[in-house]
Design a protein around this ligand. Structure first.
Ligand code: 5GP
Ligand code: MN
Length: 345
């Protein structure tokens, strides 16, 4: 099985940049998920093994259920430690951009990222990479950026020395971006990689529980309430949506991560093709975060681009709307009607 993904020139270039750099920054997208964090932390772990001293800078908070991930204690959060992060950005002589395809995905860090003259290297699996880099490793067929990181470390000859912590970070990223290997996960390379990672002694069942079975009683009640009271099934369209208001978040003592994966839940309805969630921002008025999930060939990303100022993957996309919840619901209904033919086919 061929795990290598870089050609000779790319491999040489990557080695050269790593060798010549002293101040490496690794960054990922806003609201980092398991893959953004897992790939960033794993790559940092590898670079440390090479005698480097990289810093992982993330835009903002990540869910509590990822707190246990190895090496999170070393993360610098941009929204919490701006002065320190700005100094690190200014010093950087090499920047790795992991799990995003365009600089707007780092939100408040976009300014410093765009301004930096340090060479940038992207590892990502989203469509349409659009950043000026010295090296872009973009593979939309890969299940996760963590898979890409594994393959690069492998190709660099770093597997033997790979730490258990690094293996756990990679496994977590692959697992979360595939919903516990239930979607986007039918390529045999994935299981070859898992087999190799297991050699490092990780407990995959425990990692699953750490990520997926950590709800608070409030979070479980919130999720049940959403599906019982808030789910709108659009009859005949094989589509559904639900809305989460700030008031509801307050009532259920909502913390980041409580709604994680909830948008997948309606897809368990037989025949359901599309599920959309709308969530009010917890601070800003008139800002609605949109998540879209689909099955088979329904293109969430096209819908996200055309209706929700966003994008993403074929079956998992996101975006945002600047309007009231009532208006956002109207946009959802318009989008569903616009795609009537595909949804009903
Ligand atoms: P989520 O629903 O978990 O926020 O996002 C699902 C997927 O869509 C993720 O892979 C994420 O990277 C992508 N995504 C979310 N928001 C945006 C956006 O505004 N633009 C683009 N291009 N992708 C997004
Ligand atoms: Mn990802």
């Amino acid at each position: 099985m061929n795990i290598n993904i870089l050609n000779e020139a790319e491999l040489a270039l990557l080695k050269q940049y790593i060798n010549q750099s002293e101040h490496i920054v690794i960054c990922c997208h806003k609201s980092p998920d398991g893959d953004a964090l897992g790939s960033s932390l794993a790559w940092a772990d590898y670079l440390e093994g090479q005698g480097k001293n990289p810093t992982v800078i993330i835009p903002d908070a990540y869910p509590d259920f990822l707190q246990w991930l190895p090496n999170t204690e070393k993360i610098v959060r941009y929204d919490k430690r701006v002065a320190e992060a700005d100094r690190l950005w200014a010093e950087a002589d090499l920047i790795f951009c992991l799990d995003f395809n365009t600089s707007s995905r780092v939100e408040d860090m976009q300014g410093v990222l765009d301004k930096s003259t340090a060479p940038k290297i992207m590892f990502d699996h989203h469509l349409s990479p659009s950043m000026e880099t010295v090296l872009t490793v973009s593979h939309t067929e890969m299940c996760s950026t963590s898979e890409i990181v594994f393959r690069i470390i492998w190709q660099l000859g770093g597997f033997e020395q790979m730490s258990r912590r690094c293996a756990v970070d990679i496994y977590c990223g692959m697992m979360t971006d595939t919903g516990g290997f239930t979607y986007n996960s039918s390529r045999s390379e994935i299981y070859f990689i898992i087999g190799q990672l297991l050699i490092k002694g990780l407990d995959k069942d425990k990692i699953y529980r750490n990520v997926f079975n950590t709800y608070s009683p409030w979070a479980i009640r919130f999720r049940g309430y959403m599906m019982y009271q808030k789910l709108n099934v659009i009859d005949g369209f094989q589509a559904s949506y639900f809305t989460i208001t700030r008031q509801e978040m307050k009532h259920f003592h909502f913390i980041k991560g409580d709604a994680e994966g909830l948008v997948n839940e309606p897809l368990k309805i037989k025949g359901m093709k599309l599920s959309i969630s709308l969530r009010e921002d917890d601070r800003k008025d008139h800002l609605i975060w949109v998540s879209l999930r689909s099955v088979d060939d329904f293109p969430c990303n096209r819908m996200a681009e055309e209706f929700f100022n966003g994008g993403g993957h074929l079956n998992a996309s996101g975006g945002k709307l600047q309007c009231s919840m009532a208006d956002a619901e109207r946009v959802v209904r318009d989008a569903i009607i616009y795609y009537e033919k595909l949804l009903k086919s």
